[in-house]
Design a protein around this ligand. Structure first.
Ligand code: PLP
Length: 406
């Protein structure tokens, strides 16, 4: 028997990452934290496995007046927040274009509204074939046609030919598409598109736009603050002088950059060469906000606004986290190399990735040794964000053992 309508009825499936994380936590309870490696979930943890919460963010929250925390934010977001999003995201790499930021509950909300607003029912939404699971779920929910293309060439460069071919095919009988690219610090691979690869992506989109197709590119930058020391933002300048049929949305998230996963704050930033396209974006996304989540959480908006005026403490904390992650990644890469374990080139973000078609079998064997990773169709994702240096060495050792022996 079913009460849900057809469009809202889905096979019962647990979220794999959260499910494995629950198993890891149960193992920690039973065997003790020092005997369990939890490399499953994408939240930054210190060397003892405790989730990190930045002082610069949470001191401000604990000092905030309750009545302010309790109050509604404007639907589009606090004015100061919207400006702070642009400043903190682009720094000195703003595109020369019309832009606005609309508050969303995390990057997820920005992606949801981008897909809903710029692809109609049945329209294609493209992404690389290593992708964050909710992209497909969002498309399924709205009846958009989620299509993947080969992410990498054999030597692990962005497969631009596959991207162009997928767009051309998707547009054979359609006049618009949405393309989602998650870079820098891709989840699950750790890959970042180079500036040359961005040039090629932009040219491919521009060519289609000039030919009359409506192209919306959603750039998911959830991990951008952990994918370089500033240069990783230079590509934003390339979104200058776009054809009016080529619209860019940057999905901004405070979850990782501010260790604010549970505070649910982010923004969709629209970028266009035409002001009327931006006005339309603002109006449409505000409408979606009103009938989905109404307004964003007020407190993190006010915190971001405040941090922009007094950012030294925050910047220092963030830099320490970035360096911690960089060190963990270096150790992972070094150990993998020593064990001749092939991995996707890591440029940043919370995860490293070992390609294998035996991922589920290997992960199951690792679990028997209380090592928790995320198996996927194309390989194993390791959350180095949550794993200390000593555990990374052990994890790579056991992973390479099972890779060689299963
Ligand atoms: N995009 C990617 C690739 C992610 O991994 C995540 C979170 O895990 C998000 C977007 C959005 O996160 P949030 O909605 O918490 O900002």
């Amino acid at each position: 028997m079913s009460m849900t309508i057809k469009k809202a009825t889905w096979p019962i499936a647990k979220d794999l990452a959260f499910d494995i994380n629950n198993k890891a936590n149960a193992a920690i309870e039973k065997y003790g934290r020092e005997n369990v490696i939890n490399a499953a979930l994408g939240t930054l943890a210190d060397d003892s496995g405790k989730i990190i919460a930045l002082d610069s963010v949470y001191d401000r929250l604990s000092q905030m007046d309750r009545s302010i925390i309790a109050s509604y934010a404007p639907i589009e977001g606090e004015d100061g927040f919207r400006e702070a999003v642009l400043d903190s995201l682009f720094e000195n790499h703003r595109p020369k274009a019309f832009m606005t930021a609309i508050s969303t509950p995390g990057g997820t909300g920005a992606i949801r509204s981008g897909v809903f607003t710029y692809a109609d029912e049945g329209d294609p939404v493209l992404s690389h074939d290593y992708y964050w699971g909710p992209y497909k779920k969002i498309c399924d929910e709205f009846g958009r046609d989620f299509i993947t293309y080969n992410f990498f060439t054999d030597d692990y460069k962005f497969d631009i030919e596959a991207y162009k071919a997928a767009m051309a095919k998707a547009l054979e009988n359609k006049d618009r598409l949405v393309s989602i690219i998650n870079s820098p610090g891709n989840n699950p691979t750790g890959y970042s598109l180079s500036d040359d690869e961005w040039d090629e992506v932009i040219k491919a989109c521009q060519d289609l736009a000039i030919a009359g197709k409506k192209i919306t590119l959603i750039v998911d930058v959830a991990y951008i603050e952990y994918a370089g020391s500033g240069k990783q933002k230079e590509f934003f300048e390339k979104f200058t002088g776009l054809d009016p049929n080529f619209f860019v949305i940057v999905a901004y998230s405070m979850s990782k950059s501010h260790t604010a996963y549970g505070l649910r704050s982010g923004a969709a930033i629209g970028i266009s060469s035409k002001k009327e396209i931006i006005d339309e974006f603002e109006n449409s996304l505000a409408h979606s906000a009103r009938c989905n989540w109404s307004n964003g959480v007020h407190a993190p908006q006010l915190i971001l606004k405040d941090l922009e005026n007094d950012k030294d403490g925050y910047k220092k904390e963030l830099e320490n986290l970035r360096l911690m992650l960089e060190k963990r990644a270096e150790i992972f890469v070094r150990e993998a190399k020593a064990k001749k374990l092939a991995m996707i080139p890591y440029f940043g973000g919370f995860f490293t990735f070992i390609p294998t078609d035996k991922a589920f079998e290997i992960a199951e064997n690792l679990e028997k040794e209380n090592i928790f990773t995320i198996p996927q169709a194309k390989g194993i994702r390791v959350a180095i964000c949550a794993t200390n240096e000593k555990d990374i060495i052990k994890l790579v050792d056991r992973l390479s053992y099972f890779m060689a022996n299963l």
